[in-house]
Design a binder for this molecule. Structure first.
Ligand code: ATP
Ligand code: MG
Length: 407
C-alpha cells in the first residue's frame, strides 16, 4: 500500500502564542522550498499541524528524508486518509494489518477529534480491533507492548490512519530568529556551531578567512563543501571569503610572536564586523569552546572580544569535544572537517602562543602598526558566493567534464 499523505507535527511552535501564525507561515514556506524539486506533493497548513498530499508520482522516502531535516518539525508520520464511513475505515485498517508479519501484535489507538462522529472512542477501537482479528489470523492484540500501534485520527475532513512516528529535527523554523554571521573555519567546531544556531530559527551567512598561497584552494573547497552541507537543511547560504594574507603577514611582522594569535583573532573580528554591518546581521557566531586551545581561555576571549560590541554567540562554549564530534557526525560535516588541509590559523600559529594574554600588551603590540587600512581592504575584497545543496566547485565541474568525455 502506498501512503497518500504525510502528517507533519510542529515542534515548539505550539508554545509561541501570538507568534504562531508567523512561525507556521515561515515553516510552510521552508517546506515548500525543500520539496520544490520533487514531484507530486502539495502542502496544506493547519493551526497545529501540516499535511503533505502525496500524488501518484511522489517519491515518499525522499519526501520524508527532506522533511526530517527541516527545523521546526517535531515529528512526521506517513498516513492513509479515508472518509468517515465506518466500512472504509475498517477496510483500510485490514489492508494495513495484512502487511504485518506472522505472530506480530497490534493495538488500535483512536483519537476522536471530531466529536460528532457516530461511534465513541471505545466503540470504534473495538470495531476495528475485531475486524482485524477476524480478517487476518496471524495477528494478536497486545495493548501494553504491541509491535504495531495503529493510530486512527477521526477529523471533520476525514480519517487518518498510521503506525509510524518519525522524529523530526526539532528546533524553530529557519528565518524566524533573525540573521547572524558565522565564522566558519575548516575545522570540526564551527559548522556545528552554525547548525546549532540554525536550529534556533536563525538564518546564517558564513565568513571564512583565507590566506593564499599559505592556504591552498583545497582548504577553500573544504569550507565551500561544509557550507553546502549546512545548506541542505536551510536552503542557499552566502559564504564570504576574505583574503587575509596581507593582514596575516603584517601581524607576523609587527606583533610579538606569542601574541600573534590574539591579534589574528581580533583582526578577523574587525573584518567580520564590517561584513556584518553590510549584510544587516545582528550577531556573530563562532565555534569557540572553553579551554580547547590557546585562544579559547576566558582571558583570551576577553582580549579578542574587546574590538567589538556586537554580540558573539558561542553555542559550543561548554560542550565536551566528544559531544561536538558526535554532533558533527550527525550533521554530516565531520568527514569533511577532518580532511587535512590547513586553514590560515593553523599555518600561522606560533609554537608557544600566550594562553592568558595581558590586555595592555595586546594593545601595545598592535599600536606599532595601524591596521585600519588592511582591515578595510580585506573587507572590500571579499568574494561572496551563494551556495546551495547542488553547488559545484570549479574542481567538481572539471571532474564532471572529464567523466563526460570518457563515457
Ligand atoms: P574549528 O574547529 O571551528 O576550527 P577550533 O577548535 O579549531 O575551531 P580555533 O581554530 O581556535 O578553534 O577557532 C575558533 C573559532 O574561530 C572557530 O570555531 C571559528 O568560528 C573561528 N575561526 C578560526 N579560523 C577561522 C577562519 N580561517 N575563518 C573563519 N573563522 C575562523
Ligand atoms: Mg580551527
Amino acid at each position: 500500500m502506498k501512503y497518500d499523505h504525510i502528517l507533519v507535527r510542529y515542534g515548539e511552535l505550539t508554545l509561541k502564542g501570538t507568534n504562531r501564525k508567523r512561525f507556521t507561515n515561515v515553516l510552510k514556506e521552508n517546506v515548500i522550498q525543500s520539496l520544490r524539486s520533487l514531484e507530486g506533493t502539495r502542502v496544506k497548513c493547519e493551526r497545529d499541524r501540516m499535511f503533505i498530499s502525496l500524488f501518484e508520482e511522489a517519491n515518499v522516502n525522499e519526501v520524508m528524508n527532506r522533511l526530517t531535516k527541516i527545523f521546526g518539525i517535531k515529528s512526521i508520520s506517513p498516513v492513509f486518509k479515508t472518509t468517515q464511513n465506518l466500512e472504509d475505515i475498517k477496510q483500510l485498517c485490514v489492508s494495513l494489518a495484512k502487511d504485518f508479519a506472522n505472530g506480530d501484535t497490534f493495538k488500535i489507538d483512536v483519537k476522536r477529534v471530531d466529536k460528532s462522529f457516530s461511534l465513541d472512542t471505545y466503540q470504534l477501537q473495538r470495531e476495528l480491533g475485531g475486524v482485524i482479528l477476524k480478517s487476518v489470523d496471524h495477528l494478536k492484540v497486545d495493548v501494553k507492548r504491541p509491535t504495531h500501534n495503529i493510530k486512527v485520527e477521526v477529523r471533520k475532513e476525514g480519517v487518518y490512519i498510521y503506525t509510524k512516528v518519525i522524529d523530526g529535527a526539532g528546533g524553530l523554523p529557519t528565518g524566524t530568529g533573525g540573521k547572524t554571521l558565522l565564522q566558519l573555519s575548516g575545522g570540526i567546531d564551527s559548522p556545528v556551531a552554525g547548525m546549532e544556531m540554525m536550529k534556533r530559527g536563525v538564518k546564517i551567512e558564513a565568513i571564512h578567512f583565507h590566506s593564499p598561497p599559505f592556504t591552498s584552494e583545497k582548504a577553500k573547497d573544504k569550507v565551500i563543501e561544509l557550507t553546502r552541507i549546512l545548506s541542505e537543511r536551510v536552503g542557499p547560504i552566502k559564504l564570504h571569503i576574505v583574503p587575509f594574507t596581507a593582514l596575516q603577514k603584517q601581524i607576523n611582522k609587527s606583533v610579538h610572536p606569542r601574541y600573534t594569535m590574539t591579534t589574528t583573532r581580533r583582526m578577523m573580528l574587525r573584518v567580520t564586523d564590517i561584513i556584518l554591518e553590510r549584510i544587516g546581521a545582528n550577531a556573530i557566531v563562532n565555534g569557540e569552546n572553553l579551554g580547547q586551545v590557546a585562544s579559547q581561555t576566558l582571558k583570551s576571549m576577553y582580549a579578542i572580544n574587546d574590538v567589538t560590541s556586537t554580540p558573539i554567540l558561542r553555542p559550543l562554549i561548554s560542550l565536551d569535544k566528544e559531544d561536538i564530534i558526535k554532533k558533527a557526525k550527525e550533521i554530516g560535516t565531520f568527514e569533511v572537517s577532518i580532511q587535512p588541509y590547513e586553514d590560515c590559523c593553523t599555518i600561522f600559529t606560533p609554537k608557544n602562543p600566550v594562553t592568558e594574554p595581558d590586555f595592555d600588551k595586546v594593545v601595545k603590540y598592535e599600536s606599532v602598526f595601524n591596521f585600519d587600512d588592511l582591515v578595510q581592504e580585506a573587507a572590500d575584497n571579499v568574494e561572496t558566493i551563494e551556495i546551495n545543496k547542488d553547488y559545484k566547485t570549479e574542481k567538481d565541474k572539471s571532474t564532471d567534464a572529464l567523466i563526460d568525455e570518457l563515457f
